[in-house]
Design a protein around this ligand. Structure first.
Ligand SMILES: *Cc1c(COP(=O)(O)O)cnc(C)c1O
Length: 395
């Protein structure tokens, strides 16, 4: 058997990528100066629904700059979801602040607003120092519950950062933020254009905001905090976090195809939701009445007692059929490097999701044949496990 290996998520390049990259080379604008950076920023801001966007070298860099914009200082607390990629938390530590991890809620898999509100009220009552910032992550394409968080941040004067790296294009469909996209609601939104994200620039990120002063300062920090003028004067410690014109060219070409990429992701999800519905013990990821997820990584949970295999056993089963599936992120409160960090909630919701969930192939370029192979393999994983159970074999 030499069936094509189906990867978890691969980029889909088929628009103006080559043309724009050749324009960079022909014009010699290949580095951090050039027209594509400005165009990518302007068109990205318009797409997300913010006034400003500032391009960065990576999503992690965007989050690091966001910490500086929030005024995060050594010893400050910053609340962040536990169930997320480590890039959400590392920038907190870059500023020598303390991440306070928040357990998930089962409905959206994201930061539980109830835990946050309770803790902010407790601190206010006791006169304790509030967190400098709250970083809400929209995991795997699913918007987090924002209304309570925004309310609480406004009431207590806390800077709200959205890590929208995994959810570009996901939208609220009701309530106070009806029609708004993730990343356009908090003080700043952060995005990633890593190779596996909805759009890729080869590597890169973006900060979005409606505040002209925050946008100005973000650009300043990403460009070594250099002052205008000839003499290389700098008024604070900045970074070389610029995006190259080459990367912006790629990103812009991808942005032009975003409606198509998003439609493909949602098409994959609609297909899998339907095709996998009959497998007992399998539940699809968050589906809420108040959001339209981007379905960046199509994720499910398995109840091993009913499905017949654990999520990890199923990943191995798919691997043997040349289909790549992966666990979701290890909750950060369980990582050794964060063993001293505070946790709000028991962490059990995040831990259970981590144990039971897996992500299936989710590329925008997935073919009908690919999707059928995934469904057939998942069905076999279930059926063969059931048979083994009936004949008394152990799993
Ligand atoms: C991908 C990702 C980032 C940042 O990614 P970079 O690889 O630095 O571009 C941040 N947070 C989350 C949740 C991510 O998935």
């Amino acid at each position: 058997m030499s069936e094509r290996r189906i990867p978890l998520a691969e980029p889909l390049l088929g628009g103006n990528e080559k043309k724009y990259l050749l324009e960079c080379i022909d014009s010699t604008f290949v580095s951090s100066v050039g027209p594509f950076v400005r165009r990518f920023e302007e068109e990205f801001a318009a797409q997300v629904g913010n006034r400003f966007a500032v391009a960065c070298a990576s999503g992690t860099a965007a989050l690091h700059v966001a910490m500086r914009l929030a005024g995060v200082e050594p010893g400050d607390d910053v609340f962040v979801a536990s169930l997320t990629f480590i890039a959400s938390a590392n920038p907190i530590v870059y500023e020598k602040a303390n991440p306070v991890f928040i357990d998930s809620e089962a409905e959206s898999w994201n930061m539980d607003p109830g835990l946050v509100v309770e803790e902010l009220n407790r601190r206010a009552r006791l006169g304790l120092k509030q967190p400098r910032a709250i970083e809400v992550v929209h995991l795997l394409g699913q918007p987090a519950r924002m209304e309570e968080l925004m309310d609480a941040c406004e009431r207590h004067g806390i800077f709200l950062i959205e890590d929208a790296s995994e959810a570009l294009g996901a939208t609220y469909t009701g309530g106070a933020f009806d029609g708004k996209q993730v990343g356009s609601i908090g003080k700043v939104g952060c995005f990633s254009f890593n190779g596996n994200k909805l759009l890729t620039s080869g590597g890169g990120g973006m900060i979005t905001t409606n505040d002209p002063e925050l946008a100005r300062r973000a650009k300043h920090l990403t460009t070594q905090a250099r002052l205008p003028g000839l003499e290389y004067r700098h008024d604070e410690i900045g970074y070389n976090y610029r995006l190259t014109n080459l990367a912006a060219a790629l990103g812009l070409a991808q942005l032009e195809k975003m409606p198509e990429l998003l439609a493909s992701k949602r098409g994959n999800a609609a297909f899998f939701d339907q095709a996998l519905a009959s497998l007992r013990g399998l539940s699809v990821g968050p589906r809420t009445s108040w959001s339209a997820p981007s379905n960046w990584l199509y994720s499910i949970t398995l109840n091993p007692d009913i499905f017949g295999r654990t999520s990890r056993e199923t990943i191995e089963f798919l691997q043997a059929e040349s289909i790549e599936a992966r666990p979701i992120w290890s909750p950060l409160h369980t990582q050794t490097i964060f063993s001293g960090a505070a946790l709000l909630g028991s962490g059990k919701v995040a831990e259970k999701l981590f144990a039971q969930a897996l992500s299936l192939p989710s590329s925008a370029g997935l073919t009908a044949g690919d999707r059928d192979r995934v469904v057939a393999a998942m069905t076999r994983a279930h059926e063969t496990a059931k048979k083994a159970a009936l004949t008394g074999e152990s799993r």
